[in-house]
Write a protein that binds this ligand. Sequence first.
Ligand code: SF4
Length: 454
Amino acid sequence: MLVSVFELFKIGIGPSSSHTTGPMRAARAFVAGLGPRLADVRQVRAVLLGSLAWTGHGHASDKAVLLGLAGEQPDGVDPDEADRLIEATRATGRLALMGTNEIAFDMARDLVFDRTGATPVHPNTIAFLALDADGQAVAVERWCSVGGGFISRENEVGREAAGSVEVPFPFRSGRDLLAMGAAGLSIADIVRANEEALRPRAEVDAHLDRVTEVMMACIDRGLAGEGCLPGGLKVRRRAAALAEKLRKDSTRNATMPTGTMDWVSIFAIAVNEENAAGGRVVTAPTNGAAGVVPSVLRYYRTMVPGCNDAGVHDFLLAATAIGGLFKMNASISGAEVGCQGEVGVASAMAAGGLAAAMGGSNEQVENAAEIGMEHHLGMTCDPVGGLVQIPCIERNAFGAVKAINAASLALRGDGQHHISLDQVIATMRQTGADMQSKYKETSQGGLAVNFTEC
Ligand code: SF4
């Protein structure tokens, strides 16, 4: 089993990997899988169930499904073009499946949010139905969006990652990683060797560079964004104003000791405001938690003495190992385990990545990741209004700051510690299983029900 850097760091659009990227990919997979039968289809219906039904409107799941049916892919879709396609479908009642087979598409009839339908396998499920001109079923399929933009047919959930890919280091636990590294390989080396068993080194490096570029561009766009975020909560974008204040303070020689921490927070807020606005982001490991890794990576690139490009690659490769362990042994889906699986995992990934980039030993990297998660255990998912804004945007800032703190503590230690990464992953999984569903991306509990709009 391998969770590749190509899968964990996916380029897409906001606001949610499980509720936007996943549904888009599932819808596309459904229509693309019809092959020649696509020409017979005259009607398609998508029923969003479970958490997708509860928070799908705020997470733009309906828009995502439409785009997927039209054949769009998260990494290629232009956010502005996407909005135009949605508006055209609403106005004309027509949609070209895979961009070729134009059919009548009634948003109210063909895109249904069903809050009562069963989701026996995963809380993020979509039921698709394609009918021919006689009303006969051409295809009936159920797909699940299992977190971080990963998708699976409902009857294959849990088996989708158990492919037969041969890699030199098939690790499944932190313990495996440490044992494999005992021969002198770093965790980043181990992940690189696995990636290079699948594709040439140049392709791996190009992806790492592209991911870095998109993350940094996202921060920069976020730092320039103004106005209110979409969705009706009237949440004002504040990254630009906060950055301006910090810059002014520095020219007045009024720099506070919290300056670095403030910049890290602002970088994360910038990304998550872009995400909430439906802009281009990298899942890391999800869209809701997309600000943590870029923010800490920007900190490494601009504030850590001796940073270099090799360190950036090591950061992302080591973070992939950590995120992969959580995906394999627990979950990276807020709908399954709460926000500990999103911002918590992102913080653990960033902590391990930063420790690796700064030359930490494998034990220190493992320790940093463990600390990063330990202090997110039990964190619920309770997005106000079903939007990825409150508490998500600010929460990423805290995840980033905690990641830097975790890496720093680990790097000042010798790698020896009491709770292992594997133990904290198991604890996160168990805590998520015990968490009531109202705290798992349904907006039925927590801040989501105690927020009063003024
Ligand atoms: S609270 Fe956390 S898990 Fe839930 S939508 Fe926001 S970022 Fe995602």
